[in-house]
Design a protein around this ligand. Structure first.
Ligand code: FAD
Length: 365
């Protein structure tokens, strides 16, 4: 079989790339180290926040406008329920970056939102007990996507469009036009690499220092009713920043966004320790007292961080890469798939990706 494009890694980004390339008529081979929709990388745990109020940089907003449109389209095409539009609220000090940055992005793009003071927040979302000087930015169009369902949907759509997807076939070596696995060597005009936390291993030649960070997703049976609740990010002045989801599949999920141990996919400690559960429960106790009722379970996952926490997406000759999603990439999965297909087929994309140029990171520590 002759292929036009080989996609290495069929997690979040690779499954979307395989779909978009096959949909545009390319003969695609997808190669994945593990089984479909596995829990060894970065795309598992039942939920990922998506929002358009983007304090990380307003340059992401056009991509998010397209991503939300595409999540709806994926649902129509696959028949799977991926995007739960439950609303979202960012809570914090009105002068700190999470709120000021979110305000800047919603104002610049005219996005629907409401600013709520502490008493309005308490009234609207009784599970939340903000301090009097904290405010909330509520975004009705925010919510969460289910990563396992999203990857499964993209893989199914890719196969329906003709992609040849092979699992449990790790890539042992790749170079321009040629990819070797334990089973065979394949050739194609173009190689797309979507390695997730295996970026240091597969993309060492990029010359970019990636840091793999262990993160824990905690699941509790809450003491209060969090079924009808938005997703939230709580930017606390004491540094205990956490985010979470409404009750879904019988549990509320909550996690810290930073402070994880640096690891590799081989060295990550997959055991979640009692002191970590205690620290998570303690952080939520005063702002959301009914949340961390009874501990159910926890799951580890990995961020692939760049020095500035912005992504790396680029084409160089006949190789295109997407990596370094720094703990905030999942919401972009469908639009990253579209961008990768544009870069491979057209050599350019209409989407704004200047922020993701790897040249900015070379030589940085
Ligand atoms: C705990 C946690 C919470 C998060 N929360 C959010 C959130 O709320 N909102 C949000 O937008 N983002 C969030 N993220 C980030 C988001 O999930 C990631 O940015 C995204 O999943 C990255 O997708 P990926 O395709 O780069 O990596 P992955 O999905 O891990 O895919 C990489 C794939 O490459 C495969 N692979 C690697 N090496 C090889 C090889 N040699 N041969 C073949 N295949 C190989 C792997 O097996 C894997 O399937 C979170 C991440 C974590 C860990």
């Amino acid at each position: 079989m002759i292929y036009d494009v080989i996609v290495i890694g069929l997690g979040g980004m690779g499954s979307a790339a395989a779909y978009r390339l096959a949909q545009r008529g390319k003969r695609v081979l997808g190669l994945e180290k593990f089984t479909p929709v596995h829990a060894h990388g970065s795309s598992h745990g039942g939920s990922r926040i998506t929002r358009q109020a983007y304090f990380e940089d307003p340059a992401y907003v056009p991509l998010l406008l397209r991503a939300h449109e595409m999540w709806d389209q994926i649902e129509r095409d696959s028949g799977e329920h991926v995007f739960h539009r439950v609303g979202g609220v960012i809570v914090g000090d009105p002068d700190r970056g999470a709120i000021t940055g979110s305000r800047a992005s919603v104002e610049q793009f005219g996005l629907k939102h409401e600013l709520l003071d502490a008493s309005q927040l308490r009234e609207r979302f009784p599970g939340m007990r903000p301090a009097d000087d904290e405010i909330g930015l509520y975004e009705p169009g925010a919510g969460f996507v289910v990563p396992e369902t999203a990857v499964r949907a993209h893989l199914a759509l890719a196969q329906r469009a003709g992609a040849d997807l092979r699992f449990e076939e790790p890539v042992t070596h790749w170079e321009s036009g040629r990819v070797t696995t334990a089973r065979a060597t394949y050739e194609a005009e173009h190689v797309v690499v979507c390695p997730g936390p295996w970026a240091p291993e597969l993309l060492g030649d990029l010359g970019i220092p990636f840091e793999i960070e262990r993160q824990v997703q905690f699941y509790f049976t809450p003491d209060e009713d969090f079924r009808d609740h938005p997703i939230y990010i709580w930017d606390r002045a004491d540094g205990t920043n956490f985010y979470g989801f409404p009750a879904h599949d019988g549990a509320v999920k909550v996690a810290f966004h930073s402070g994880g141990q640096i690891c590799t996919p081989e060295t990550i400690d997959r055991t979640v320790h009692a002191h970590e559960v205690e620290a998570m429960a303690n952080a939520t106790r005063s702002p959301m007292p009914g949340l961390a009722g009874t501990f159910q379970r926890a799951a580890t996952c990995m961020y692939t961080n760049t020095a500035d926490r912005h992504f790396v997406i680029a084409r160089e000759h006949d190789v295109t890469v997407a990596c370094g999603f720094s703990g905030h990439g999942f919401k972009f999965v469908p639009v990253v798939g579209e961008i990768l297909a544009d870069l491979v087929i057209d050599g350019a994309t209409r989407h704004p990706i200047g922020l993701f140029d790897p040249a900015r990171l070379r030589g940085r520590v």
